[in-house]
Write a protein that binds this ligand. Structure first.
Ligand code: PGA
Length: 242
């Protein structure tokens, strides 16, 4: 929830302008607030950058004032949505059951969900992180069919690292990503597990991204604060070309 519309448009144009020579723009997704989706999408179409929504309703349609459905997002020509960001879980009471419905609804409408999971600092300090992540995946995603699961993108975002300036070490990220891939492999087989992208999020910036993205099981990043600084975000996009 940053920037008014004019600032967001200018910021977006700066990013597109700075990244236009990148061969990997198809690997960059931007998740603006709902009201900016369509106008930015109209700019984006000429630049081949894809957009997604930051959230989506758990219900299909009807009397849910204030909600935005997957089919509405899809009807704008937008193909991605975040699901279960830790702020949605913490501040808006989104539990595993709601997130399961959101994942189902997104897939039914051919939106690709970026499903966020992560443990709190207390959970990390008591070494419960694997149990927590395992439960989050199990309760909201592992009911999916194989053909659905392989459309999901996972974002591991330790809550203690989001917006705090404290990043997980590259080894902590790698260990958790390997754990997640292994859980997917046990449930869905190695082929699907290897084909899926697992992104790291939480104080990821231009200074630490190269090392994080260099880890075997870290396939990219979900960038918050650093994406609000055009120069820094452009440096991170440039890493994709290396
Ligand atoms: P951050 O945010 O990069 O500012 O930690 C990540 C996120 O909100 O997903």
């Amino acid at each position: 929830m940053n920037m008014n519309f004019n600032d967001a448009k200018a910021h977006y144009r700066t990013i597109l302008g700075g990244a236009q020579n990148s061969d990997r723009l198809d690997k960059v997704l931007i998740f603006p607030p709902y009201p900016y989706l369509l106008p930015l999408h109209e700019i984006a179409q000429t630049e081949f950058v894809q957009l997604g929504s930051q959230n989506v309703a758990s219900e299909a349609s009807g009397a849910y004032t204030g909600e935005v459905s997957s089919s509405m997002i899809k009807s704008l020509g937008i193909n991605y949505t975040l699901i279960g960001h830790s702020e949605r879980r913490a501040f808006f009471g989104e539990d595993a059951e709601v997130l399961k419905k959101k994942a189902d609804m997104a897939l039914e409408n051919e939106l690709t969900p970026i499903f966020c999971c992560g443990e709190s600092l207390d959970q990390r300090n008591s070494n419960q992180q694997e149990e927590i992540i395992g439960n989050q995946l199990n309760e909201s995603l592992f009911h999916l069919q194989e053909s659905q699961m392989k459309q999901i993108i996972i974002a591991y975002e330790p809550v203690w690292a989001i917006g705090t300036g404290e990043t997980a070490s590259s080894q902590q990220a790698e260990d958790m990503h390997a754990f997640i891939r292994n859980l997917i492999s046990e449930r869905y087989g190695n082929g699907i597990a290897e084909s899926m992208s697992i992104l790291y999020g939480g104080s990821c910036n231009a200074a630490n991204a190269k090392e994080l993205f260099g880890m075997e099981n870290v396939d990219g990043g979900l960038i918050g604060g650093a994406s609000l600084k055009a120069d820094e975000f452009l440096q991170m996009i440039a890493l994709l070309d290396e």
